[in-house]
Write a protein that binds this ligand. Structure first.
Ligand code: FE2
Ligand code: FE2
Length: 172
């Protein structure tokens, strides 16, 4: 059984994951419209991953005797000045999500809810990977800057990154 405090905190994280999914979906659309198919595919799959993170939390809350809430979401940014700006936003967002998970871990320890604490370890590990991936991409895009040829190659390479990450997490 989850306490009301934990239930509320988990519901807040459900909203954060849902918003992440929407933010990345908007990024996917923008990249697609701009003709970067590789980046678009990468962002579509990131959006799907965030939805999976949300669903995993929903199932946990409901299984532990709580009630998972589907709440209203903030509308995401739909346009960006550049791909550099878009990937900066992605990295910053992942850092924000990590902080949110850390806070949740903190609350679970305060409440001595070891089941939730144990469940959250998956998210802690996932955030390490996601932040690292966002950092790698941002470093690459910062090297490329506004070079069209570089962006073309990057668009091709990022799909490889998607495949590799999917294979390493065992979702393929
Ligand atoms: Fe997530
Ligand atoms: Fe994420």
């Amino acid at each position: 059984m989850v306490s009301k405090n934990i239930e509320n905190a988990l519901n807040e994280q459900i909203r954060v994951e849902a918003e992440s999914s929407q933010i990345y979906l908007a990024m996917a659309c923008w990249a697609e419209v701009k003709g970067l198919e590789g980046v678009a595919n990468f962002m579509y799959s990131q959006s799907q991953e965030e939805r999976d993170h949300m669903l995993k939390l929903i199932k946990f809350v409901n299984e532990r005797g709580g009630h998972a809430h589907v709440s209203e979401l903030k509308a995401p940014n739909v346009t960006f000045k550049s791909f550099q700006e878009m990937f900066e936003k992605l990295y910053e967002h992942e850092v924000y999500v990590s902080e949110s998970i850390n806070e949740l871990v903190h609350i679970s320890l305060q409440e001595k809810d070891y089941a939730t604490h144990n469940f959250l370890q998956w998210y802690v590990a996932e955030q390490i990977e996601e932040e690292a991936m966002a950092r790698t991409i941002l470093d690459k895009i910062n090297l490329i800057g506004n070079d069209k040829g570089g962006l073309y190659l990057f668009d091709r390479d990022i799909e490889q990154l998607t495949i590799n990450s999917a294979a390493s997490t065992g979702t393929v």
